[in-house]
Design a protein around this ligand. Sequence first.
Ligand SMILES: NC(=O)c1ccc[n+]([C@@H]2O[C@H](COP(=O)([O-])OP(=O)(O)OC[C@H]3O[C@@H](n4cnc5c(N)ncnc54)[C@H](OP(=O)(O)O)[C@@H]3O)[C@@H](O)[C@H]2O)c1
Length: 419
Amino acid sequence: MGEGSSHGTGMSGMGPGLPAGVCLRGFFVSLRIEPSFAETARGRSPAGYTPAEERAMRLAIRLARRGIGTTHPNPRVGAVVLRGRETIASGYHQRAGEAHAEARALQLAGSRARGATLVVTLEPCAHHGRTPPCVDAILGAGIARVAIGMRDPNPRVDGRGIERLRREGVDVEVGLLEEECRSLNPAYLKQLRCGLPWVTLKAMLSLDGRMASESGESRGLGGDAEQRLCHRIRAEHDAVLVGVGTVLVDDPLLTVRLARGRTPLRVVLDSALRTPHRSRLLESVGEGPVVIATVSRDAARGRSLEERGAAVWRFDPAPDGRVPLRPLLERLVADGRYALLVEGGAATHTSFLREGLVDRIAIGIAPLILGGTNSPTLAGDLGRVRLAEGIALESLRARRVGRDVWLEGRVSGDGARHV
Ligand SMILES: NC(=O)c1ccc[n+]([C@@H]2O[C@H](COP(=O)([O-])OP(=O)(O)OC[C@H]3O[C@@H](n4cnc5c(N)ncnc54)[C@H](OP(=O)(O)O)[C@@H]3O)[C@@H](O)[C@H]2O)c1
């Protein structure tokens, strides 16, 4: 079975071989009741994979997740070398510049890889990057069959790995647990698709939906467990962003202190360069870079912030006179920052949601009612008046985090493309 015929055979939700959320069960079944005799004789599913290959892919996906927070700007990838039903070796990509998952697994498998199957979440590369092409390692090891989760849309790969393996006589199948493999790398895939980072909007709210008290306080709204979770989430992103309002009120560090991992690039939306010299952000530039995104042409003020160690990124003003978000996001991608965490406050959330730039929302809810008439809520005017125009979330997950409740979901469909 070729690549085209196995595309879209993600298994989530509807049983083996059926794409999630597609109600063409009869159609698909009728397409697949006639697998070739050879395939059934070798114990393969109608989609062309053995149960052992599917299990190996699940393992490869779990391994790939270990690279969250360390592989960027590279994708997270896992690989397993399989002989019959036996797992011979496995590996995952740990860090950009280090061995790719396939190379790691093949190295561990050694001579036992000859004639075996390689199961890998993403198409192997065929070009020289910081490491040699994985396709060479696969061919050199004598692998007979490769089961790939998804084709790599990176223009440097984009089918070349698959093509080269097939040309050299390797049996290649593409699309095993494709949806799960795709969900390993939302940021990598989004920036390739549209040149924008994957944006997660994160906030801590009171039970009545307030981001801060009437007096503007929000630090301490989340409990200890929530704080640790926030730092872990930060470490999984390439950049974290706040508005200057939050810098002026909260004076946050935005570093990773309560979790393992590195501090992402810290970005402030600051049209008029109001970020104080004595802010903790600027006092901690040694712990990670700080970018002040501005539309100000005040050269002296810009220079003084640069002397404090910040980078000042200047943009032409948006129609409302503030920092234009799309050009800023494009610049972040150009800087290799594919996963952006937006940490408030309300005005910042409002701009991102109005412009339809949010992909995922992560909200903590504290068991505390703040009330108030001026205390900010998650977002202000989104230009939506009717219930049906609300920004909906899908794939919602809710759980308890210490004393708080944590909700995460993806912005669905055209999400905020309304304005
Ligand atoms: N609970 C939480 O999770 C949480 C998180 C963060 C903050 N907070 C709370 O939120 C409050 C601060 O929120 P806030 O709404 O006043 O301020 P904010 O969103 O932090 O900052 C807004 C400011 O950013 C600047 N900005 C520049 N370009 C912008 C753009 N395109 N869109 C939006 N803003 C842009 C604007 O000031 P200039 O025009 O001068 O640049 C704007 O006034 C504080 O009370 C803080 O404690 C709570």
